[in-house]
Design a binder for this molecule. Sequence first.
Ligand code: KIV
Length: 301
Amino acid sequence: MTEAARKPVTLPTLRRMKAKGEKITMVTAYDATFARMIDEAGADILLVGDSLGMVVQGRDTTLPVTVDEVIYHCRAVARGTRRAHVVGDMPFLSHQISPEEALRNAGRFLSEGGAHSVKLEGGVTAAPTIRRLVEAGIPVMGHVGLTPQSVHAMGGFRVQGKTQEAADRVLADALAVAEAGAFALVLEGIPSDLAAEVSAALPIPTIGIGAGPDCDGQVLVCYDLLGLTPDLKPRFVKRYAELFEAGKEAVATYCEEVRSGAFPSEEHGFGTVKRPAVRAVPNPPHQDDRRPLFGSYGPSA
Ligand code: KIV
């Protein structure tokens, strides 16, 4: 990577990338080690997604995730990141109640979590909240189309915008988010031609997931990208590694070697040091009935 490419990614960087037609890469991260790996690999944006509820906490939806939990993971990700722009995802009910409550919560992602911006789900109805946050100096990434926090209202994790009427709604949502001042927009689970149309219509970058190749950038959940979710193979995911299987094999080998005595070998220990033998400590008179504290460590002289 060149020195220029190692410069921190800021909002002007992302604007320039859209203008030049350079694709933006975004990956989720939830801890410092993954953040470091993804950042060093060159991803432009790290999203501390509320998807952590599913891949880290093992839940069926993102709905139970709390502000405190996302902030906890933001802090870890921020510590592991040098170059990428870090986005904290606002969980269910942290931004829907009122713009003022959203502002109070969003501020914590920056001041306590070390995030550079926040993401929130919603279109036309979320616009006043986005405007309030942007006015207060908090950069906002929008998220329309399939919005997982509305899973029950959508009747499941379903592709959105399939009819003309539904496609018009997605476009209206996207325009409202951009007009409210968002710096970028996630397009999730919509037909590719609709995503292309929205991307061409908006002045801000679109980041697609299950939205085809014509968005200004792409995002994947790191556990999906790395093959850490063995039971989930959504069509929009491409696995670039099979780390669940590789990790399982590595742990099985470790267990075998511990059981057989092959691990630890000489090289994993600290050798032996000649020192005087440890003598048993005599019991104090009032503790005669107790076993000697250190007496079991070695033969007495
Ligand atoms: O929570 C998340 O990981 C997300 C992405 C899938 C965009 O919202």
